[in-house]
Structure formats: C-alpha cells, structure tokens
Design a protein around this ligand. Structure first.
Ligand code: ATP
Length: 362
C-alpha cells in the first residue's frame, strides 16, 4: 500500500478497499491505509467527509459494505465489537453519571476477571497517569469538562488496548482546556506508545498532535503524510486550502519552467510536473509572498496594499496585483513590518519565489 509509514515493518492496522454505503449514498470510497504500531494518526476533514464513519468501522460499531481490516496480524473485518481490541473516547464525555469516577474507569475491567484489588490498583494507576489522583469517589457532575474527558481517556485505556480511538475528543471543550489537554493526550500517547487514531476537523489539532495526517474529503483520502508534508507539499488544492491558507489563481503552464498567469509569466519549479498548455491552479501561501527584497527578480510583480489586518504576531495584508483579478494575501511578521513601514494605499514590489509556488491540476 502506498501509505505505509515504515516500509518493511509489518503494519499494525491495515484497511483495504473499504467502501461504505448508506442506501444509495456512498460515504466512503475505496479507502486503503496502513498504520504502524505506536503511530498517532489524525483523520482530518470537513464535516461529512466520512471520518467518523471510518472510525466506527475500525471499532466494529458499523460494518463496512465491502473491504477488509487487519489488526495485529488478524483479520477483524467481520469481528464483533466485543472481540476487538480498542479503547474509545467520544466527543461527549459519555461517562456514566450514576457511577463514581473509579467505577467509570473500571467498567471495562469487570468482565475481564480482575479482582476488586486489581481493579482498585489499576484505577489508582490511571488516575495518577492523567493527573487526577484522589478523585476515585467523585461523580462526573462534580468534574469540569476537561476532567471528565481525562476520565473518559483513562476508561478507554483501562484494559491496555492495542488501539486507542478518539472521536473529536476535544471539540466540546473551551479553547484553553483544549490546548492543555491536546498536549496531555499527545505526551500520554507517546509515553504509552499506544497506536492512536483521532478524528478531528481542526487542522491545528491535527498538525500539532499527529505523526501522520490522513486528509479526507467527500469519502476519499486526499493525502496521507506528516504534518510538515501536508503543509508544505499539499497533494491537491483541497488539501492546500483546508490546511493553512493559500492564494489561488488560474494559470497555464508554458514550458518546464514557466507559468502564465493574468497576462504575465512566472518562473515555477513545479511546471516540470505538467505538460505544456496544461490549465492549472497556481497557489502560494500568504507567508511565502515576499514584501521585501528577494533574489528571485524574475518573479517580481507590482501590487497595491488595499487592506491590513493585525493578527497578533503577524500582519496579513491584502494586495491588488497588476494583472491578477483576485486579491493576494501576504503575511509579514511584526518584526519585519517595523522596518518596512507598509500602509494601505501604498504601491510596492512583491516577489513570488519560484520554489514556493504550488501547482494543482484542478
Ligand atoms: P462530522 O465531523 O460532521 O461528524 P464526518 O466527516 O465524521 O463529519 P460522517 O459522520 O462520517 O462524517 O458522515 C459521512 C457522511 O455519511 C455524511 O454525509 C453523513 O450524513 C452520512 N452518514 C453517516 N452515517 C449515516 C447513517 N447511519 N445513515 C445515513 N447516512 C449517514
């Protein structure tokens, strides 16, 4: 499979040609993926792209219409939930409100023949791991959202599953708690080494937590890669637009090095991947647009600043560039801005570095 993280070593989880139909509607289309042991994978995509559907199939909560799943060398395609090896955390904490923290965490241990003492010990161990020692006798209603989600995590890990599934576990929490828990989950996962799949529609969450991101759109996988690969080498315009910001302009490839947009030509390294006269979408990230000197004289265009937006550590300016019908966004750090003294209405030279230009076929 093309998506193997460590070619040579046997993958821990393999999905082969998974399709899922709901009546006539196809929610997943030919999904193939391999995941190595210990990896932290994020399924990232907009609402309705099929990420939860795929997670539910991996858990066995739904059965795929066709395709196979293998986990730790065994075919789990048709295995019932109870015989699969995973722990799961949902967006809504889904703790039992009438059970104490200890009973919530130990829930899955009851039917595994653990003695009361073993359960107590395991609960204490897990509470220490998530930083909530001493809360055994509390009830979910006495805990904050973030604490409840940590308990849900402890419950999912209680049986030491080989696979941890997280379905938007942070999205019900406020921004501060979310950022904090993001770090906690990440370091806990690294410490335990448990293979983890997290569903999220939040690009920042995926970029900061994942070893590899699976970007999904309308039931298909658009790209699988490390956060750096997804960001700096997006495989499609969809990925470029969904992860980070990108300016898009229609253009035509002239030859191996040259691109035509809006009546002007630009040098572009990616042109060699296309045949002459190919109609393309040209893209550049706002932070790659240079508002100050750059050696790439060939790709210098004249623009007018129409708007400036302060975004904390950087300024996003909107530029009207001669020959382009759409405005171009350019980000500049506040440090650089100090020396440049840019104002709305100002005309300036803008460089679009040849090595920073992306080309997409649609
Ligand atoms: P969200 O973040 O909104 O949950 P998602 O990417 O997780 O989005 P899914 O929940 O996997 O998306 O849904 C994928 C598509 O399948 C959607 O169009 C959804 O309406 C449809 N779908 C999901 N479950 C069912 C079902 N049981 N019956 C019919 N259609 C369904």
């Amino acid at each position: 499979l093309p998506t193997d993280a460590h070619p040579g070593s046997a993958p821990y989880l393999t999905l082969r040609h998974i399709d899922q139909f709901f009546g006539q509607f196809q929610a997943l289309k030919d999904i193939s993926l391999s995941i190595s042991e210990g990896e932290f994978i994020c399924f990232l995509g907009p609402s309705g792209c099929g990420k939860t559907t795929l997670l539910r199939i991996i858990a066995g909560l739904d059965c795929q219409s066709s395709g196979e799943l293998h986990q730790a060398g065994r075919d789990i395609s048709l295995l019932p939930v109870s015989e699969r090896d995973f722990g799961i955390v949902f967006q809504s904490y889904a703790l039992f409100p009438n059970l104490s923290v200890a009973d919530n965490i130990a829930y899955g241990l009851h039917n595994r023949g653990a003695t009361a003492q073993q359960r107590q010990q395991r609960v204490a161990e897990l509470l220490a791991t998530i930083g909530l020692s001493g809360s055994e006798h509390k009830y979910p209603a006495q805990l904050s959202g973030g604490q409840q989600q940590r308990i849900a995590l402890a419950r999912a890990l209680a049986t030491s599953p080989g696979l941890l599934l997280l379905d938007e576990p942070l999205s019900a929490l406020d921004a501060r708690v979310r950022a904090h828990l993001r770090n906690e989950i990440k370091s806990l996962q690294a410490k335990l080494g448990v293979t983890t799949i997290m569903v999220t529609h939040d690009q920042e969450e995926a970029l900061t937590m994942a070893d590899r991101i699976v970007v999904m759109n309308a039931g298909v996988i658009e790209q699988v890669g490390t956060p750096q690969e997804i960001y700096s080498q997006p495989a499609s315009a969809f990925v470029a637009d969904f992860v980070g910001q990108m300016n898009f302009v229609s253009g035509e490839v002239l030859d191996q090095h040259t691109l035509k947009i809006g009546g002007r030509t630009l040098h572009c390294h990616k042109c060699r991947d296309f045949s002459p006269h190919a109609q393309v979408r040209f893209g550049i990230r706002p932070e790659d647009v240079r508002l100050r000197g750059h050696q790439d004289e060939a790709n210098r265009v004249r623009g007018t600043v129409t708007q400036m937006e302060f975004l904390g550590s950087f300024m996003r300016s909107r530029l009207q560039v001669d020959g382009l019908d759409a405005p171009l966004l350019a980000d500049i750090s506040m440090n650089e801005l100090r020396d440049l003294n840019i104002r709305p209405g100002q005309q300036l030279d803008v460089t679009l570095p040849a090595e920073r230009l992306h080309l997409f076929s649609h």
